[in-house]
Design a protein around this ligand. Structure first.
Ligand SMILES: Nc1nc2c(ncn2[C@@H]2O[C@H](COP(=O)(O)OP(=O)(O)OP(=O)(O)O)[C@@H](O)[C@H]2O)c(=O)[nH]1
Length: 377
């Protein structure tokens, strides 16, 4: 089967333009917290521009086709990388990008004065390969899942094809060989370029939709005011830990915590200050908990702390740490620290569900309140 490189190039231009438009559409439906979609949308469009310019060979002077096409292709490659930097929240190195743009401009000008196919090929291949490899490194480091693997794999393949084609240009009579020569090297290069744009666009699309799903999941499990887990989410996690205790004997403990005299905070400083005090209290509690511990808002000024793999003694130490931290935490100037009462419970033989622990923790909390507050019972 013989593929016509010019037709592939024209098809690539059309396909890349459509992919860019699709990504732009996706961007409109994404929450603004997801960054990088604009450069990601512009990247395939720029590649489409490059393919369109290459397709003009024969109608435009060769030098103009090569310079403009290569510059656009490099810009497309850079935009994909730049988009990923934004997406992963990396600090964007403006100086680096400015430097690369200036260098490219200088090289471009120099080629206007001294056109040399092989030097041009080395500079272009070298810059493209460096950009592609840096991008692959970033995605491998910060990304996960199928989409990240797809992107990294495509980029690595692209680097191999780039280097292969760069080397081949020294064997083939490069200066005379046509861009659309139906040689194996040229056809593979153009076909791989077409697939790269397609796979990279699909990859970033998947990565963005995965992020949207994660953000919505987070919204559904987090209490909007304090950032603690919702009651439903923390109780679900508690149920899972309880099952683990029943099946494998892994200890699990639970704390119900109620901020003392919180009504007075609202009455004295206003409901909004009360809101901030609650959010601050959650932040202070978090600082005392381990990574696997779960903190949820049970309702109002009452919280649940789930302590997986924690027996009664260790749970008491954790609860005590939280109590001390809260009593020492000054919410904001003018508002004194709030204390809290904590009721502790742990899984015991005879318990049939998490409700048993919740009931005991509630009784313990009641005792802590009755015995003078600011204590663990
Ligand atoms: N600002 C604010 N206040 C809340 C929120 N949820 C519940 N509250 C308030 O928390 C207060 C709870 O009051 P009470 O149940 O009387 O308990 P308390 O004043 O903490 O007294 P003790 O628990 O007995 O120490 C009420 O005034 C509620 O309005 C909230 O999201 N924001």
């Amino acid at each position: 089967m013989q593929l016509d490189p010019r037709s592939i190039t024209v098809m690539t231009a059309l396909m890349a333009a459509v992919l860019g438009a699709v990504l732009l559409g996706v961007r409109r439906n994404c929450p603004p917290t997801i960054q990088g979609l604009l450069p990601w949308s512009l990247a395939p469009m720029t590649c489409a521009g490059a393919a369109g310019v290459y397709a003009l060979q024969g109608w435009w002077p060769e030098f103009a086709v090569a310079q403009t096409g290569n510059a656009l292709l490099l810009a497309g490659c850079g935009l994909f990388y730049f988009g990923s930097q934004r997406f992963f929240g990396r600090r964007v190195t403006w100086r680096l990008w400015g430097g690369i743009a200036l260098l490219s401009l200088a090289v471009l000008t120099w080629f206007l004065v001294r056109p040399d196919y092989r030097v041009r090929m080395v500079v272009f291949t070298g810059t493209m390969t460096a950009c592609v490899l840096a991008h692959a490194r970033l995605v491998l480091r910060d990304g996960r899942g199928f989409a990240a693997r797809l992107i990294a794999g495509t980029l690595l393949l692209q680097a191999i094809v780039l280097v292969g084609r760069g080397l081949a240009s020294f064997w083939v009579d490069g200066a005379q060989s046509s861009r659309f020569a139906t040689t194996t090297v040229q056809t593979s290069y153009i076909a791989s370029y077409c697939f790269s744009v397609l796979l990279l666009s699909v990859g970033v699309l998947l990565m963005a939709s995965e992020r949207v799903r994660e953000e919505f999941e987070l919204l559904a499990t987090r209490d909007a005011l304090t950032g603690a887990l919702t009651r439903r989410a923390v109780l679900q996690a508690g149920g899972e830990e309880f099952d683990r205790w029943r099946r494998y004997g892994q200890p699990v403990s639970l704390v119900l915590l109620d901020i003392d005299h919180f009504k007075q905070v609202n009455d004295r400083y206003g409901h909004q200050a009360g809101d901030r005090v609650l959010a601050g209290a959650v932040a202070a509690m978090r600082g005392e908990l381990r990574v696997n511990d779960r903190l949820g808002r049970y309702g109002g000024e009452e919280f649940v702390i789930l302590l997986p793999s924690t027996d009664a003694e260790a749970a008491r130490a954790s609860a005590e740490r939280v109590r001390v931290a809260l009593a020492a935490h000054a919410p904001e100037p003018g508002i004194p620290p709030c204390t809290a009462s904590l009721g502790l419970a742990w899984a015991q033989p005879g318990d049939t569900s998490l409700d048993a622990l919740l009931a005991r923790a509630d009784e313990a909390l009641y005792r802590a309140k009755a015995n003078g507050r600011n204590r663990v019972a």
